[in-house]
Write a protein that binds this ligand. Structure first.
Ligand SMILES: C[S@@+](CC[C@H](N)C(=O)[O-])C[C@H]1O[C@@H](n2cnc3c(N)ncnc32)[C@H](O)[C@@H]1O
Length: 192
């Protein structure tokens, strides 16, 4: 199973945002939707062996975590509004400490980064980490930030994670996911 978790520092935590204003009123939900799409979509297929976690920290009820599970996902199309519509539905659902399904393959719970890293091992994708190409074997789970850097409080939570870099320049989060997926694909198919 491949896992990607992305922290959305300003992402709205209720379903009241407009699909027409994902970058503004929804708190850069467009960035997170692109990450979801990049984690799952192949040219004409959807990766079943992927889970994508969005840690949402914006108003009005942070933190919340939304989980997308490839094996059960339905109704996800490769455009930002499609992922955002699934998120809107998830965030409209009252939730507690355990994941609650809002649509096939999509579930939401109350809780943030500290809880998530208790649940699963993750490596930090970071510009100053070890070169992905020199890491053997590669981890199966990765944590990224959205368009903002991690806060000092978050840095404290992630300080013991292995740090892996996909290259010398800072990329958009969804592009960094593409590079990781490509390297995992290459190794899985014996291309190295
Ligand atoms: C747009 S960047 C975050 C902000 C960026 N640190 C800055 O200074 O503007 C989004 C995320 O993509 C990942 N990322 C971007 N470039 C990367 C790289 N070269 N290696 C590993 N991860 C990278 C990191 O997880 C980062 O937090």
């Amino acid at each position: 199973m491949r896992r990607f978790a992305i922290v959305g520092h300003r992402a709205r935590t209720s379903g009241d945002f407009s699909l027409n204003d994902l970058p503004g009123g929804a708190g850069r939900m467009d960035v997170l939707c692109r990450c979801v799409n990049t984690a799952f979509f192949l040219s004409h297929d959807l990766r079943k062996d992927v889970e994508c976690y969005l840690v949402l920290l914006g108003d009005p009820a942070p933190p919340k975590t939304v989980r997308f599970s490839g094996v059960h996902l339905r109704s996800l199309n490769p455009d930002e509004r499609s992922a955002a519509a699934l998120l809107k539905k998830a965030l409209a659902l009252p939730c507690g400490d355990e994941f609650r399904e809002s649509s096939p393959g999509v579930a939401v719970r109350q809780g943030g980064l500290a809880r998530l890293i208790e649940d699963m091992p993750l490596a930090l994708l970071h510009e100053e980490g070890d070169d992905l190409r020199n890491v053997h074997p590669l981890p199966s789970g990765y944590l990224l930030s959205d368009h903002l850097n991690f806060t000092p409080e978050e840095e404290a939570v992630v300080q013991d994670m292995p740090r892996i870099s996909v290259g010398p320049v800072s990329l958009h989060a969804d592009h960094a996911i593409t590079v990781v997926q490509n390297e995992l694909d290459r190794r899985q198919h014996g291309w190295n």
